[in-house]
Design a protein around this ligand. Sequence first.
Ligand SMILES: [Zn+2]
Ligand SMILES: [Zn+2]
Ligand SMILES: [Zn+2]
Length: 128
Amino acid sequence: MRASFSPLRRDILAYLEGAQNPVSAREIFKGMHLEKKTAFSSVYRALWYLEENGLVSGFSVPCDSCGKDRYFTDAARGHRHYFHCDTCHRFIEIGECPVDISGIERKYGVTVRRHSVTYSGTCKKCGK
Ligand SMILES: [Zn+2]
Ligand SMILES: [Zn+2]
Ligand SMILES: [Zn+2]
């Protein structure tokens, strides 16, 4: 691990490795009990750094209540997509990637480096 890795960055990465679902900066701040130790803005900067360096994936959620927050996952978990319930605000991991990247690259002559697809709607529990 690089020398520039601050304890906070390392701890956040470890926290995300252990998290089942995507978490927002605020949830990380609370979940790690950082209130007394560090400023919220440091958490934000650490996440930005980790995402810039490809260690963490961040995405925003098409949900009116959660839409302002970005959610983060450990990039080492690999490429995946999520369903977000806009009633109970939980995430369900969707394993399959719905995008035919090589088809798009062939058709439009572009090179795709990243894409994001997040589903939202009503989960099974809330639909009842
Ligand atoms: Zn739900
Ligand atoms: Zn939500
Ligand atoms: Zn995908």
